[in-house]
Design a protein around this ligand. Structure first.
Ligand SMILES: [Zn+2]
Length: 73
């Protein structure tokens, strides 16, 4: 599932691939390189908030941990 996301900063349309119909996590605009935390429900964008580089890295770590956890089950 590919969803379109309009960057709140530069209004550029980006594409984001979803595995499930809901998602919460980081998104980076391909054009202005701005980071956001997005929340999707039923393939609709519910919220999009600016994200700092530090917070982005922290979220990436959480995602990596989740992936590890899934593998062990
Ligand atoms: Zn942008």
């Amino acid at each position: 599932m590919i969803v379109k996301i309009i960057c709140p900063k530069c209004n550029t349309e980006g594409r984001f691939s979803l595995v499930e119909s809901s998602y919460q996590g980081p998104y980076r605009c391909w054009k202005c390189r701005e980071l956001f935390t997005i929340r999707m429900e039923n393939n609709e964008l519910k919220s999009c908030e600016p994200l700092s580089q530090e917070e982005f890295e922290r979220q990436q770590e959480i995602e990596a941990l989740k992936a590890k956890f899934k593998q062990t089950n």
